[in-house]
Design a protein around this ligand. Structure first.
Ligand SMILES: NC(=O)c1ccc[n+]([C@@H]2O[C@H](COP(=O)([O-])OP(=O)(O)OC[C@H]3O[C@@H](n4cnc5c(N)ncnc54)[C@H](OP(=O)(O)O)[C@@H]3O)[C@@H](O)[C@H]2O)c1
Length: 330
């Protein structure tokens, strides 16, 4: 009998990676959860044979229905959907920073997924949650406002506390997506200069390594190993490649056939001004925390893909397979 894998965020980057991986593996049937089964992305999964069900991370009952009979559940919360939703600017307390309110909502979503996973414990073998480091704890109180990280870490702690999930829970941590400077049109995208070279802005010094990865292709295989091979309570940091900002730009230039122009490091205040409203705050502190304490935090027992025999995509491989026409202004 095939095993049921239920995937939240199936219309997004992480959920798509998980769905692709399990679709290619015999012995599984897939169910994807979305707020809108009529979206093009949801219909595309349905056309590939995935059962699509309506569910909202804010509605635990909808998740309980969606998770019924699951052997494997992949849970992901999205801080940025919450941040972008104009209703949340209205719902936050008047003197509360929007990102601080997003922490509360994202933690609630994470707890809802865990509670709903617990409700199907009779069939559940593994609940895998996409978490991040507890920045407040790992930094010994230096970084207490990395809301999009702490919310996920605290949701993971909550899942670990549920008796019904004992021996069934693991976490996967996504690194910085390769796409941040190549495909998303952010101000850190390499810019053509008057002399024809490409320069790039980033956060902090240009020589320190930051963990990146091709989350769209590589998160799924990591989740599959967590479901099939790794023992419960594994905390897998799904890093693909450690790159400094200058490595990033140099490889971008070499593979796209353009000239390297150099790197401009921004301070926290500069990135915050460039990406206002909390985006620069979260991104900037995320990179600075990674430099200071290690992106994945310092909880004991965190493993990397190599420990579990998983091959990850390097940044050069990713760049060689893609032409970044928008970034290159083509
Ligand atoms: N970018 C990075 O470098 C990076 C690194 C590490 C971690 N992360 C984390 O990755 C997370 C985002 O994951 P992603 O890249 O896969 O996101 P994504 O591609 O933007 O997709 C978001 C997904 O979340 C679903 N979703 C959002 N709100 C929902 C709700 N209320 N109920 C049900 N589903 C909901 C959406 O589904 P529907 O719209 O179909 O309902 C969609 O599938 C963020 O929390 C971010 O902090 C990002």
């Amino acid at each position: 009998m095939s095993k049921l894998v239920v995937i939240t965020g199936i219309t997004g980057v992480q959920g798509s990676s998980v769905a692709d991986t399990f679709l290619q593996s015999p012995g599984y049937t897939l169910r994807g959860v979305t707020r809108n089964p009529e979206s093009d992305a949801a219909k595309a999964w349905a056309a590939k044979g995935v059962e699509i069900v309506k569910g909202d991370l804010d509605d635990v009952k909808s998740l309980e229905r969606a998770f019924q009979g699951a052997s494997v559940i992949f849970g992901v919360t999205d801080f940025w959907t919450i941040w972008k939703d104009p209703r949340n600017s209205e719902l936050k307390a008047p003197d509360q920073e929007l990102v601080a309110y997003c922490y509360e909502v994202e933690l609630r979503h994470g707890k809802n997924i865990a509670d709903a996973a617990a409700s199907t414990a009779a069939t559940l073998e593994r609940y895998i949650f996409s978490s991040m480091a507890d920045a407040t704890k790992s930094s010994g109180g230096k970084y207490t406002k990395l809301y999009h990280m702490d919310s996920k870490a605290h949701a993971a702690t909550y899942a670990q506390s549920l008796p019904a999930l004992k021996g069934k829970f693991s976490q996967v941590q996504a690194p910085v997506y390769f796409q941040v400077g190549t495909e998303w049109g952010l101000p850190i995208t390499p810019q053509k200069q008057a002399d024809g070279t490409y320069r790039m802005k980033g956060v902090g010094p240009g020589h320190k390594p930051i963990p990146f990865g091709n989350v769209r292709t590589d998160l799924g295989p990591c989740v599959k190993v967590l479901a099939e091979q790794a023992p419960p309570n594994t905390n897998l940091f799904a890093v693909g490649d450690y790159l400094s900002w200058t490595d990033y730009l140099r490889i971008f230039c070499e593979t796209q056939g353009v000239k390297y122009g150099g790197y401009d490091g921004m301070s926290y205040d500069e990135v915050n001004a460039l990406l206002p409203g909390g985006l620069g705050h979260e991104f900037g502190l995320n990179v600075l925390f990674a430099f200071d304490f290690g992106y994945e935090g310092n909880e004991p027992g965190i493993v990397g893909p190599g420990d579990l025999g998983i091959r990850m995509t390097s940044f050069r491989e990713y760049c060689e397979k893609n032409r970044f026409s928008a970034a290159l202004g083509e």
